[in-house]
Design a protein. Structure first.
Length: 543
């Protein structure tokens, strides 16, 4: 076929007719089923392409399945060669094999099919049930027994789950009396514990958590509420979330100032859609910036972590510069972790650059099928470093540095010598995918091996990448923000929710406490940080 000759085309009806003929042919049933599946796949591809809204990545996932960072199993020949490497490695692997045999003797439990403990239902209402006829100290009801009953202090527990709308409602009908002479109206008061506001703090927090924590769009929640007979329109939901953001703003600003003092700062971007900015893009020149992204910055404060989200035209590095303007000048330069993209790095402030080892590893995962031997050499070395890093949990930063210098440094040194040898001997084409992966490692070697030279240096950027999943969830479900103000409200609320998650704190209980004590929060936001949150203490302060 010549370059300008149009490719051959077909009609879906012709393919359906061919499938029908295959079923009536003399082919075996297995061959006929295989041919039918192939033709069905072709019809699906034709349909997706005709819709003109399918990305190349989606077609790749359809044809080859989802990508993964997991490695393919090692061939038997390579495993035998690795077994003969050294007596020390043989001893370690024999111990691992013995553990595997011991684990294989017990059948594995399927994930997601275990019974949840009743202690996990912390939000359940507790109702104590007592026998109407028996009590501690009374005689045993068995006529043949002469004993007495005592309290075991171990009640039998029944968990009863009931359905209800996310936002419930109570209709108070207050009796109204009017004087026949002066026409004065007298309205019966509300119950003592019921304030006269329409929206309770729990209502506002429930909508906020559903939208920005669970990723439930406003229109879906509105449909569900109408089905339960308690309508909450989309505009009302937005107003309630905006009210929550206004109440918690003092805590968010205080968290920003604290995050600027962190010892380690992680940063990365993910894309976002803001309709008002997309409309402005039509008026911008070709040289002006048009991209939109949500930056995630995680600050490590020792025992606590803070995550901050910022949506707009600025990249993670620029948002980091804005954050570092709040940093005390008496502090040393912070450690900054990120991938190799230039937009992720600070340009105005001095930082200790640490590059993400997981990004380097992922490049070899992607090409392992094309270069199995070379990629396994690199991946085994990086896997050993990760195993060493897992053993440093509980160590101080100085102890961890010494441990990596003793254990990981020889692994890195051997890997670098092998890569240099491959390059000098021209065993790898520089423009190939393997050559580019090698070049990435050598170019960013100092940042990738910062764990060997600086105490407290992280090994990868996975902390912020996991934190960005919250922003990605909202993007996938709600698709866009309408205005930059809406994006700012979302950033405030997701920052508090994400910070609660990083510190294993219930975002529902925390936001509810902030809403119910908004005056104290505005007066002393430092006393209402997530890790200072204690329900009984906050209740006492509010009283």
């Amino acid at each position: 076929m010549s370059e300008h000759e149009p490719p051959p085309s077909t009609n879906p009806s012709e393919i359906e007719a061919l499938i029908a003929r295959l079923k009536q042919s003399n082919l075996s049933s297995s061959d006929a089923q295989l041919a039918e599946r192939l033709f069905r796949l072709l019809l699906t591809l034709i349909h997706l392409v005709e819709r003109k809204n399918t990305s190349i990545s989606r077609l790749k996932r359809l044809l080859f399945g989802p990508s993964s960072d997991s490695r393919s199993p090692r061939p038997a020949a390579e495993k035998q060669a690795a077994d003969a490497s050294s007596p020390r490695e043989q001893a370690n692997e024999s111990t691992t094999e013995n553990n595997d045999v011991a684990q294989a003797s017990t059948p594995p439990q399927r994930r997601g099919h275990g019974r949840l403990s009743s202690a996990l239902y912390t939000g359940a209402e507790v109702m104590a049930c007592q026998d109407p006829h028996l009590m501690a100290g009374s005689s045993c009801p068995d006529t043949l027994c002469t004993g007495h009953l005592y309290d075991t202090r171990s009640p039998s527990i029944l968990l009863r789950l009931e359905g209800q709308p996310l936002v419930g409602a109570t209709r108070f009908e207050q009796e109204v009396l009017r004087c026949s002479t002066c026409q004065q109206r007298y309205t019966a008061p509300l119950p003592e514990a019921v304030p006269p506001q329409k929206y309770a703090a729990s209502c506002d927090v429930a909508i906020t958590v559903a939208k920005y924590s669970a990723g439930l769009p406003f229109h879906r929640l509105a449909k569900m509420q109408r089905a339960f007979g308690v309508p909450v329109p989309e505009s009302v939901q937005w107003e309630r979330c905006e009210a929550v953001a206004d109440r918690v703003l003092p805590v968010f600003l205080h968290l920003r100032s604290l995050a600027a003092q962190g010892q380690v700062l992680y940063g990365d971007d993910t894309r976002v859609r803001i309709l008002s900015c997309l409309k402005e893009n039509k008026q911008l020149s070709d040289k002006e910036r048009r991209g939109l992204q949500t930056s995630g910055i995680v600050s490590d404060l020792g025992d606590y972590r803070i995550v901050l989200y910022t949506s707009g035209r600025r990249h993670a590095g620029e948002n980091l510069d804005e954050l570092l303007k709040l940093r005390s000048r008496e502090l040393a330069a912070p450690l900054q972790m990120g991938d190799a993209l230039a937009v992720n790095w600070s340009r105005e402030f001095e930082t200790v650059v640490c590059k993400c080892l997981a990004h380097a590893r992922r490049q070899f995962i992607d090409i392992e099928s094309a270069f199995p031997a070379q990629c396994r050499r690199v991946l085994d070395a990086l896997g050993a470093v990760y195993k060493f890093d897992a053993q440093t949990r509980g160590m101080s930063d100085e102890e961890r540095l010494v441990f990596h210098q003793q254990q990981s440094a020889p692994v890195f040194k051997s890997l670098r010598e092998w890569i240099d040898q491959q390059t000098e001997e021209r065993s790898v084409e520089p423009n190939s995918s393997l050559g580019k992966a090698f070049a990435y490692l050598t170019k960013h070697w100092d940042g990738l091996t910062r764990v060997l030279t600086v105490a407290g240096a992280p090994i990868d950027n996975n902390v912020v990448e996991r934190a960005l999943k919250l922003a990605i969830l909202n993007r996938k479900n709600a698709l866009f923000y309408r205005t930059t103000h809406g994006a700012a409200v979302g950033d405030i609320l997701t920052s508090l929710i994400g910070t609660c998650r990083l510190n294993n704190i219930s975002e529902w209980s925390y936001l509810l406490a902030l809403m119910e004590n908004s005056r104290e929060v505005r007066r002393e936001p430092s006393h209402w940080l997530p890790w200072n949150y204690q329900p009984h203490e906050m209740t006492r302060q509010a009283a």
